[in-house]
Design a protein around this ligand. Structure first.
Ligand code: HEC
Ligand code: HEC
Length: 500
């Protein structure tokens, strides 16, 4: 059902461009507030240090940028201690200097002031992210479900995390990674690439937005969801404000947001959301581009035979065809690939019967058409679609797909390879009949993707054989940040680097 999909999604030679050409701020929906402008200003400071072309092709500029940020934002201890290993990854496209000038003027602040303000918000945002006292139970922080050691996905292998006031409640979805969200565009029902990114005339269909169903565009709006959700942090603006007021970082909070920020709970709460969004846009933590694959693209590491073959299968339109949605090549302007085109797609993942919500046989998580997302309810064409996640750091995850049904990459890749040739391996069999697509009512099956590797039927040869599945998994392991070039000698798995 994804009209025009083929134009953009399929052609490896026509890679997706970095949606936001600025390093941050665009990330969580297109730049709007001071914050976004501020972060843009940060990168221009870096731009000054290198060349001022504002061109993402400039390695020099980007490595300077990383160095400077690492040096200057030193209040933010990097949880991924190994993040910057000096591989210039062409990490961030830099904004045009004129845009920033306009931005800083609009905000009425000098560049230095804007930069300082972002630095303070980032430091406070980090404290908030790790603070369980914001939750109703006092036990759950953002970091409880988004562990920095696992690319900000859960440290445990539960399909869905525990929360709520008694810490026994669950939602319906697996907690995603928070890395590489900076390029997710705002949600659009009909997404068109900009002309320099691709073919503007192609309608790529529903694309973008944060969470699995794309229902919010900004990090601040997203942060409101877990803080207030009865099955997650179960808090309220008043409770959050009270906790921040007595926290060890209360003074820092005032310094970041003004003397009177605690006068109103609503203002405090909104500042909390803004600080969390700012923290999530710290480039060296959230989008460092330090994987082995980035080093490989920069000509600084070699992939093993298995990894290279895995990459080939991943890109091959007749085999994995993975790159049609999980873009693996640099953009036209040289920015590194995000491993997602951010499209919302239905791939018919099996029902996870271990989830408490699924004990009700009438309950379905239909993604963009509800029930979590409400604005597209009743629009059949949006039922069963979920946003394509990045595959960067996917090897650090312990549960895969929106309902966390699989717990190894081997299982996840096998699902792609054999969903249609051996459906009995994935779906329940009742009276000798396979209940295919058991988590999507039949009236929505027209939404399911049928392109390779999903173009087969029982009896056909699977798109990937056993060895190819293994090699694709080996390739996915090269997408973990924190690669140390010295590992390249012994073909070591990424685990060593990743575990740091
Ligand atoms: C109980 C576990 C839990 C806690 C605590 C939690 N999250 Fe999440 N987070 C999730 C789940 C589950 C999702 C996916 C939600 C969905 O799709 O509806 C998610 C999604 C997100 C996303 C969107 C990611 C994407 O791919 O679009 C962001 C950003 C995020 N969380 C940030 C936070 C912040 C900030 C906090 C603290 C205020 C937080 N989370 C607390 C479980 C949690
Ligand atoms: C048509 C677009 C499309 C293609 C082709 C595709 N994917 Fe995906 N991928 C998605 C979507 C959408 C999801 C999330 C689906 C869901 O949870 O319901 C996903 C999820 C995943 C996940 C789980 C990630 C996580 O964080 O939970 C892995 C792993 C994955 N894909 C690997 C692959 C591999 C390997 C291939 C090729 C064999 C591939 N994908 C081909 C769209 C695609």
């Amino acid at each position: 059902m994804r009209l025009g999909l083929t134009g953009i999604r399929k052609t490896a030679a026509q890679p997706q461009a970095l949606r936001g050409a600025v390093p941050a701020g665009t990330g969580m929906g297109l730049a709007k507030l001071t914050l976004a402008l501020a972060v843009m200003a940060m990168s221009v400071a870096a731009c000054d240090a290198g060349s001022s072309t504002g061109n993402s092709k400039n390695n020099e500029t980007n490595s300077n940028y990383n160095e400077r940020i690492n040096g200057q934002v030193n209040t933010v201890a990097n949880p991924n201690a190994s993040a910057n290993v000096g591989i210039e990854a062409k990490a961030n496209a830099l904004p045009a200097a004129s845009a920033v000038k306009a931005a800083t003027q609009e905000a009425g602040q000098t560049r230095a002031q804007v930069y300082e303000s972002v630095r303070k918000m980032t430091a406070v945002g980090k404290q908030l992210f790790f603070d369980p006292s914001l939750s109703g139970s006092g036990k759950l922080a953002c970091a409880s479900c988004h562990s920095p050691d696992h690319a900000f996905s859960p440290a445990n292998s539960l399909a869905v995390q525990l929360g709520g006031n008694d810490m026994h409640r669950t939602g319906m979805r697996a907690a995603p990674t928070l890395k590489y969200l900076q390029s997710v565009p705002a949600f659009a029902e009909h997404y068109h690439e900009s002309d320099d990114e691709g073919d503007e005339s192609v309608d790529a269909g529903p694309t973008g937005g944060l969470t699995w169903d794309g229902r919010v565009d900004r990090g601040s709006d997203q942060a409101r969801i877990p803080l207030l959700s009865s099955f997650e942090m179960g808090s309220s603006p008043a409770k959050v404000a009270a906790a921040v007021k007595v926290s060890p970082y209360a003074d820092a909070f005032r310094a970041a947001f003004g003397e009177h920020i605690f006068d109103s709970d609503e203002a405090t709460f909104n500042a909390v959301l803004q600080a969390l969004e700012t923290f999530e846009q710290t480039p060296e933590i959230f989008y460092p581009y330090t994987s082995k694959y980035d080093a490989y693209l920069a000509g600084k590491a070699q992939l093993t035979k298995a990894e290279l073959h895995g990459l080939e299968v991943f890109n091959d339109e007749k085999k994995g065809n993975c790159a049609s949605c999980h873009i693996s090549q640099r953009t036209m302007d040289g920015a590194p690939p995000q491993f997602s085109d951010f499209g919302l797609i239905a791939i018919g993942v099996p029902r996870n019967r271990a989830l408490p919500v699924n004990r009700d046989p009438h309950f379905y998580d239909l993604g963009a058409c509800g029930p979590e997302r409400t604005d597209l309810g009743g629009r059949a064409e949006f039922c069963g679609i979920f946003r394509t996640p990045t595959l960067r750091n996917v090897a650090l995850k312990k549960s895969f797909f929106h309902n966390g049904i699989y717990h190894s990459l081997d299982q996840a890749v096998r699902f792609y390879a054999q969903r249609d040739t051996n459906p009995e391996k994935f779906y329940p069999v009742s009276k000798g009949k396979v209940q295919k697509f058991d988590d999507l009512p039949q009236r929505y099956w027209a939404n399911l993707n049928t392109e390779p590797p999903f173009d087969r039927k029982p009896g056909d040869k699977p798109a990937l054989d056993e060895a190819e599945i293994k090699d694709v998994v080996a390739f996915l392991n090269t997408l973990t940040d924190g690669y140390k070039p010295e590992d390249k000698q012994g073909n070591k798995p990424e685990k060593t680097a990743a575990a740091n």
